[in-house]
Write a protein that binds this ligand. Structure first.
Ligand SMILES: *[C@@H]1O[C@H](CO)[C@@H](O)[C@H](O)[C@H]1NC(C)=O
Ligand SMILES: *[C@@H]1O[C@H](CO)[C@@H](O)[C@H](O)[C@H]1NC(C)=O
Ligand SMILES: *[C@@H]1O[C@H](CO)[C@@H](O)[C@H](O)[C@H]1NC(C)=O
Length: 252
């Protein structure tokens, strides 16, 4: 019994191996060993999916592409045997996006790749900031980047901002670094500020802020003034009416 069973199993295995259908994804730029494609904003990623069984490609196998699980609509002639999709231009939202190609008739036969979109913080040269004395000063720097920036620093007139002396606070929510001071004084806060971020792959980026502190302007509290005036007039009018009563009574 045993002897007869062995060759049968062998034949079965052989049969399965030659029939096993696979799906492979080729891409420009290339997929690395972890199934990740390295790219950058504005670039183009081109993906080709092939259905192959053993040696020959399966020219009539229908293929399906998914982006993050949602079906990518393809033209009829781009579905049989091999199928091409192009990501152009690459945008922020493509970072971490997974592209999957599988057989239309059997979703378990498929392959996936993931995009890794790298970018540095989006900076522009310098900014002129005018702030009134005693008001609040707020400076913001974009720090959103992939890979994340390794350091963020703020300087005033070339030296590290003295948080304590200037009553500054620095906050960082992963997207923006914010330097702020609640009560601006010309002697403490006027000058040239710079925020500098360091990216592990793109190097340093900085932005300048030329801060000018102007004199405090008196703000005229118009509405409370008007309300006050109305009250004053009404009281005067009432006083006159009351007085008039007395005067007329008196004359009788
Ligand atoms: C889909 O393919 C897998 C792997 O080749 C196989 O085990 C499964 O039976 C297939 N399912 C169908 C419905 O053909
Ligand atoms: C994406 O690329 C950056 C820069 O090469 C790397 O540091 C990071 O680990 C990559 N992330 C993934 C998920 O591969
Ligand atoms: C920074 O430099 C400017 C120009 O030299 C100067 O007017 C300002 O007072 C300096 N600011 C501080 C806080 O020292």
């Amino acid at each position: 019994m045993k002897l007869m069973f062995k060759p049968l199993l062998f034949h079965l295995l052989l049969y399965c191996a030659t029939q096993a259908l696979g799906v492979t994804i080729q891409s420009v730029p290339e997929v690395n060993s972890e199934g990740v494609i390295q790219t950058e904003l504005e670039k183009t990623v081109s993906l080709v999916c092939h259905a192959d069984g053993g040696h020959e490609s399966q020219a009539d196998e229908e293929l399906v592409w998914l982006r993050n699980g949602a079906v990518v609509s393809l033209k009829e002639e781009n579905m049989k045997g091999s199928s091409r999709v192009c990501v152009t231009p690459v945008i922020y939202e493509d970072n971490g996006a997974t592209f999957t190609c599988h057989l239309s008739r059997n979703a378990t036969v498929g392959a996936s790749v993931t995009l890794n979109v790298t970018y540095h913080p989006q900076f522009s040269g310098s900014e002129e900031v005018v702030v009134e004395a005693e008001a609040e000063l707020v400076l913001r720097c974009d720090i959103w980047a992939n890979p994340p920036v390794s350091s963020i620093s703020w300087t005033l007139n070339g030296s590290t901002v003295d948080l304590k002396a200037g009553g500054f606070t620095v906050t960082n929510d992963g997207f923006t670094s914010q330097l702020s001071a609640n009560f601006v004084e010309k002697s403490l806060h006027e000058g040239t500020y710079q925020c500098t971020v360091d990216s592990p792959i793109y190097g340093e980026h900085s932005k300048m802020f030329n801060v000018t502190v102007t004199e405090k302007t008196m703000k005229f509290p118009l509405l409370p003034m008007l309300a006050g005036l109305v009250v004053v007039c009404l009281t005067a009018l009432l006083a006159v009416i009351a007085r008039w009563d007395k005067i007329t009574k008196c004359c009788k």
